[in-house]
Design a protein around this ligand. Sequence first.
Ligand SMILES: Cc1cc2nc3c(=O)[nH]c(=O)nc-3n(C[C@H](O)[C@H](O)[C@H](O)COP(=O)(O)O)c2cc1C
Length: 361
Amino acid sequence: MKALSLRELEAEAQRRLEPGAYDLFAGGADDEVTLRANENAFARLGLVPRVLRGRGRPQLETTLLGCRTSMPIVIAPTAFHRLAHPDGERATARAAAAAGAIMTVSMASTTAIEEIAEASAGGTLWFQLYLQPDLGFTEALIRRVEAAGCKALVVTVDSPVFGRRERDLRNGFTDLPSGLCCENMRPAGPGGTRGPARPIAFSEALSWEHIDWLRKSTSLPLVLKGLVHPADAKMALERGVDAVLVSNHGGRQLDTIPATLELLPPIAEAIGGRLPILLDGGIRRGTDIVKALALGANAVAIGRPVLWGLAAEGEAGVAHVLETLRSELERAMALCGCGSASDVGPELLHVSRWEKQCRTS
Ligand SMILES: Cc1cc2nc3c(=O)[nH]c(=O)nc-3n(C[C@H](O)[C@H](O)[C@H](O)COP(=O)(O)O)c2cc1C
């Protein structure tokens, strides 16, 4: 029987995956406070629908950074898709393209960007980058990504060091199984060959100067992923980036960062409509997406649900995830009296008397 919800799909994925692989995908940093907070924040915020507005069937199509997408739902970059299913990133890319959705390919993909682009066959791909201290290597990779036809660079800025994930330490998961590697980390060798994969380096020295360098190194639109502070959102505006993705890395980096949903309003205020804002972390229902849009996001991104779909059923599973969220979003918007994203605003949100009191006291 097909999973009725993304939560059922996670249960199915858990049945199919090795326990260590399930924990690698499901887990977060330290006490997993942020991981839980992301989902809980959506449950705590209520929707108060409008009625009798006669808007007709909700229109979900939108444009992000010049890319048409069938819905405001982007696939977030997640590593190691071939650990979830042998077809790995190719299956994800095929499902995304068929759904008319944008896929963000992780730099830590277990399939090379060129092969993912081939599988995607004209679908829209963005590429996620951990800027490497070796700028020569980074630049060569950007050229590969451009040549493969990717339409934006999503630069992850929340990872000067690697978060400590105790589930992985407990399970002894330190490396990919033999036969799998981060294919984009293999530098070009002689005669079109590729050398062994380098480990992905995280850099405590990463700074706004590197973003300036990137800006000069490529004409692709730049999305900064992992911004959570409004002061950094203002810096992003000043430095000429093209979009921000409000993210706490799905609770996998700094633990105890609040839920992204709670961090969104001050960031939206700082940005003031001058840049597109995306949000990820804990999106599991169409109603979650309505809430993110109501608080100022232009679109959301989904991480783990894609891995659950992939683990459960490969390409068909990812297609099922995208279709489930699309139809849930459409239904939630219709039930809220919204015909398009421009109808979705803060008036639909229920701020409890208790919360109002906390804010004024
Ligand atoms: C297994 C896994 C691998 C991830 N790999 C990456 C990555 O390679 N690069 C990156 O920027 N974010 C990575 N992320 C973070 C996601 O892009 C995204 O921020 C997060 O998963 C969103 O939360 P959600 O899983 O609740 O939807 C990863 C997340 C997971 C769960």
